[in-house]
Design a binder for this molecule. Structure first.
Ligand code: PLP
Length: 281
């Protein structure tokens, strides 16, 4: 892996932060995961924009500057030599004696880690995956991509123990999103997904899928729906930077549609694949 810590290249083994870093003590930080295909960034600017918005939400000034972060990301990918890579970006409010209220003076800790991408197995995309549903036990500002991910981690662990690919959250029976993905269903040839409000992360892949759907002339309804609608869907899929567009064929052991990836899902997957071969921004 190639690691940059506060703008400087460091050896992986030397890449350390303070025990008084607020990211470590409070989860007081944000992150992004960006995908690189064939040496081309896949919507890096959308990720940086989301990071900036998240920073504003938590009153954190990105004191190093987004342009510098963008430059470091690009440099690190080139230096890694990886054509297909994941770029992990983490920013925290920095180091200060432990006090809940924000330090008057601190500078951000910021990290960029580039790794070779480990794509999901082809058979997952070909045959679809199973998911389980779990109560959404997160706070109500899920639009902020904070590093406080314990509820997401517990949900993913439950999925893993159930032999499922993903855990889908529901808040009082209303489906929100996956533990690290957004969820779409298809019913009567219409696409449904939770509106981009405070209860879900506004996924970059979600936004790309909405654009694909528009291009394909699919009707899209950004409306909250219940668990019953999920079980009763004709098709379902989750989206995410590393997940891409992943068809779902079973929810809590119950078959979705015919138990194979749906037609509209496959159309979207095909268009998504095309974008990964061309997008360079
Ligand atoms: N929802 C949650 C909770 C996530 O953690 C993620 C990604 O990690 C997503 C959705 C998908 O977002 P993106 O498409 O920007 O990767």
């Amino acid at each position: 892996a190639v690691v940059y810590l506060n703008g400087e290249r460091v050896d992986y083994a030397d890449a350390r932060v303070s025990v008084e870093d607020r990211g470590f003590q409070f989860g007081d930080g944000l992150y992004e995961v960006v995908r690189v295909y064939g040496g081309r960034f896949f919507y890096l600017n959308r990720h940086l924009k989301r990071l900036q918005k998240g920073a504003e939400e938590i009153y954190m000034e990105l004191d190093f500057g987004l342009d510098r972060l963008r430059d470091v990301c690009k440099k690190a990918v080139v230096e890694s030599g990886f054509k297909d890579a994941s770029v992990y970006i983490q920013v925290t409010r920095g180091v200060a004696p432990r006090q809940h209220a924000f330090p008057e003076k601190s500078s951000c800790t910021w990290v960029v880690i580039v790794r070779q991408a480990k794509p999901q197995p082809d058979e997952f995309y070909e045959n679809g995956v199973k998911v389980i549903t779990v109560p959404d036990e997160r706070w109500t500002r899920c639009n902020i991509k904070t590093v406080q991910l314990i509820a997401n981690c517990i949900a993913k662990e439950k999925a893993k123990r159930a032999g499922a690919y993903e855990a889908v959250f529901h808040r009082g029976g209303i489906v929100t999103e996956g533990s690290s993905s957004n969820l779409f269903i298809v019913k009567d040839r219409k696409l449904f997904t939770h509106p981009a409000n405070n209860l879900i992360l506004h996924g970059i892949t979600r936004s790309v899928v909405l654009e694909i759907a528009e291009k394909l002339g699919f009707d899209v309804v950004e409306e909250a729906f219940s668990l019953d609608r999920l079980f009763d869907a004709d098709e379902a899929f989750v989206t995410g930077t590393m997940t891409e567009v992943m068809p779902i064929v079973k929810v809590d052991g119950k078959m979705i549609g015919d138990g194979v990836p749906g037609e509209m899902t496959r159309d979207i997957m095909r268009e998504f694949r095309k974008l990964t071969e061309t997008v360079d921004e």
